[in-house]
Write a protein that binds this ligand. Structure first.
Ligand SMILES: Nc1ncnc2c1ncn2[C@@H]1O[C@H](COP(=O)(O)OP(=O)(O)OP(=O)(O)O)[C@@H](O)[C@H]1O
Length: 487
């Protein structure tokens, strides 16, 4: 592995410091970059071919990468890259697991072709359902992205399912979501936000369902508000809708799905992985960077002859993020939802009367009294109980989801249309001010709260004073399940 980059030429921009440099990459090498925290970085391909996480870099065109983005520019046959700007780190690496990753893609591609050639009413017409598992920072999202982009490049329309509520690459954190991927994923913009199917969990970790779990997952000591049972319910709902969709769409069915998961692989986290494998009927389990997990899954799934459990090496380029970096990434993702990656979207600040909003939360709620339970049973909060919430100070700076439910009892099983952010609460006038992605009435009457907050300083302007102009590019993100128009 060659650190420091193989810079072959440096030129100073007019009047500026030496920030433009060229890097020559040999075949099967990659340039790994961490953009600095305060300024973007530009990059272009001068000659040869290169790809960023499976998507080809267009020749000669400057691409601008926002601060803090981490990426690798990989070449199969050799390339020269030009960079302009400062990077926290940039170095070339000649040891990558890319060949094993592309081999997986080749196997999946063959399975998709086989599915396509099979009678549409037979089980054989289902393409591969791939689930990517592994510890935190093992490169799961990155591998998912590569597999999707390589498949889309070959004309498939795989469905991306993101079960990682901690980061959330489809919409915002706190959600599980699915979306078809029709084109290789843009290296800067990420997954397109066109009509994804989104369910709101509301927390950035599923959290333990019992106190014992606190010892299994240290994050829960501070993030105790999650809800494991709700997570399972939502995964099941999502799986059912996808099955329905696949039943009526031969192309999506043959293309299959790529499922990204959380890095929580111990105790309840492991149980949730098994639940997802089972509920989404995964046929290929890709285990990144952990022998123990691979061996456990291989053992537990040994009787399922239609499931392959494959061990893959973690890339040396994967960057570990501490809790603070993850929190920052979450806030940025929420900001991106409202304002766009480059502040190019204009959300709207709206005001509503307290009485206009129907806010609910899922889980917790009053416990059944001991006297109402069988002898010896301990009272416990119902994890999927729906509780109405009256407007209170705790809602300030909370992100709420706008449900497509038509009745309160549909809230848990309904997908969501989008999100609002509470920017101000006036208890005298009994008015609440919120930021919404577009003007006009909310697309649903019922709002769901969780523990997802975003500090006002995350937003580019003082939100409660800001009234952006109408932006057709950002409506509420997702369509209702009915009619499956999101597809
Ligand atoms: N080859 C690489 N070169 C440079 N950066 C990389 C490379 N592979 C991954 N990264 C970066 O490392 C970070 C972590 O990778 P990724 O998000 O894929 O891990 P993960 O296992 O999905 O993480 P999580 O713990 O959130 O589940 C990301 O910022 C990603 O862009």
């Amino acid at each position: 592995m060659a650190y420091g980059g193989a810079a072959v030429a440096q030129t100073a921009p007019p009047g500026g410091s030496t920030t433009v440099r060229q890097v020559k990459l040999d075949k099967e090498c990659e340039l790994r970059v961490e953009v600095s925290s305060d300024s973007p970085l530009r990059l272009r391909l001068l000659n040869g071919t290169a790809e960023i996480y499976g998507t080809e870099v267009p020749p000669g065109i400057w691409l601008s990468f926002p601060p803090m983005l981490k990426f690798a520019d990989f070449t199969w046959y050799g390339a020269t890259i030009e960079m302009d700007g400062t990077a926290e780190t940039d170095y070339t690496a000649d040891e990558t697991p890319m060949i094993s990753y592309v081999n997986v893609h080749a196997v999946l591609d063959a399975r998709r072709n086989r599915a396509k050639a099979s009678p549409s009413d037979s089980d054989m017409s289902q393409g591969p359902r791939v689930i990517v598992v592994g510890p935190t920072d093992s490169g799961k999202s990155t591998l998912s992205r590569m597999l999707l982009s390589w498949a889309a490049k070959q004309g498939w329309k795989p469905t991306f399912v993101d079960l990682d509520i901690g980061q959330g690459s489809i919409t915002i954190p706190g959600c599980i979501a699915a979306t078809p991927v029709e084109l290789p994923i843009d290296p800067v913009e990420g997954i397109p936000l066109d009509m994804p199917l989104v369910y709101f969990h509301g927390h950035v970790t599923p959290g333990p369902s019992s106190l014992n779990c606190m010892f299994l997952h240290p994050f829960n000591l501070v993030l105790f508000s999650g809800n494991v049972d709700l997570y399972k319910v939502l995964v099941k709902e999502l799986a059912q809708v996808l099955d329905k969709q696949f039943a009526g769409n031969v192309e999506s069915r043959a293309s299959g799905m790529v499922i990204n998961t959380m890095g929580w692989i111990e105790g309840v986290g492991y149980e949730l992985l098994l639940h997802a494998i089972h509920t989404l009927n995964a046929t290929v389990v890709l285990v990144l960077g952990q022998e123990k997990l691979w061996s456990m899954l291989k053992d537990v799934l040994k009787n399922k002859t239609d499931v392959d459990v494959v061990k893959l090496q973690k890339s040396g380029g994967v960057v570990s993020r501490n809790a603070k970096a993850r929190q920052r990434a979450r806030s940025l993702k929420i900001r991106e939802y409202f304002y766009g990656l480059a502040n190019d979207l204009s959300p709207h600040s709206n005001t509503a009367n307290f009485s206009d909003l129907c806010i609910y939360r899922v889980g917790g709620g009053p416990q059944a009294p001991r006297s109402a339970l069988p002898v010896g049973a301990e009272p416990s909060a119902d994890p999927t109980r729906l509780t109405p919430v009256s407007v209170n100070q705790d809602l300030l700076h909370l992100v709420l989801a706008v449900s497509y439910a038509k009745e309160p009892d549909e809230i848990i099983s309904s997908n969501v249309a989008g999100f609002i952010w509470i920017s101000d609460i006036n208890f005298e006038s009994k008015k609440i001010t919120y930021l919404a992605p577009s003007a006009g009435n909310l697309p649903g009457k019922y709002l769901i709260m969780g523990s997802l907050t975003c500090d006002a300083s995350t937003f580019p302007v003082k939100c409660d004073l800001y009234h952006g102009s109408e932006n057709p590019g950002l409506q509420f993100g997702c369509a209702g399940v009915e009619g499956l128009t999101f597809w």
